[in-house]
Design a protein around this ligand. Sequence first.
Ligand SMILES: [Zn+2]
Length: 344
Amino acid sequence: MRIEFRRQEKIARCLDPSIGFAESQVRTEIRWDPLTGESALVGHFVGFKLEPVDFTRQIEESRPNCPFCPERVLDHTPKFPTDLVPGGRVERGETVVFPNLSPYGEHSAVAVMCREHFIAPSGFTPSMLSDAFLACIDYFDHITHRPGTDFAIVSWNYMPAAGSSQVHPHLQAYASDVPGSLLAAELAASRRYCEAEGRPYWTDLIEEEERRGERLVARGRYTAWLTAFVSLSPLSDIMVIFPEARTMKELSKEALEEFSRGLCQCLGHLGSLGIYSFSLGWFPARKEGDNHFRLHVRLSPRLYVAPRVWCTDTPTFSYLYREPFMFRTPEELARGLRSVIRLC
Ligand SMILES: [Zn+2]
């Protein structure tokens, strides 16, 4: 069971009106994820260009009543019962963590990351990001001795195209015994791989990507950065693997600082490409066990494919058939990122 990057080319033929109805061919590709076996399409989406979106009006109109702005956050957001979190909230740097009024489950919190109402992708600082993630880890420290908290997950919906109803930057911190379908599939496949090969899939993946040189972006002391062979975003996903950690709790201060530094550089690059929204998720092992698994982060750029008509990036094929569609290849995204990620 070695790591296989399986792909199959498909060629579509048509009589193209732009060349006098002469026959033209368009190449597409199907890929299969080397871990889970899930498939995705790569196509060129003829003529696609990332169109800018002006969020000035949404940013300004949401500011006066924003519950996350510093003049309101302590009065307008709930507190934890003190048996869950002494003091009712977790604070670290500019980050404030409080219960989610629309919880995902029993243990569901929101972490307002900063005092600024809006920060562009290139405007985050490493300390702002590491404080926000550390505040979520602080919250988990209060609750994960309780039952039903096997998986401690942090996610980030940045701006509306990623499903965020608030402009103000915030994270979701969530602990549950049900980790979600993708993480469950990764855990099961990772266990099978390790049983067959005697080594974790994740460290083999880093080695194989390093050998191929197509999608590996950078390696630091604590992190490995690559783009995902099978991505969920039309613009491809970035993955960051922590070869020495299984959960966020196991991260050293230095590891989180290295990650936050790289994430700032990465977000700056995405911003320079015109990307204005993203989904970010931490994928951990169970709080105990799962020695075959390694903590990783997936960062998935989100967009309106045609903003003039609010065309989202989730057409029926990806939404109902669960077949993601990439317009740009992970290899192309990796080439651009290699010049900007400097971890040491
Ligand atoms: Zn605000």
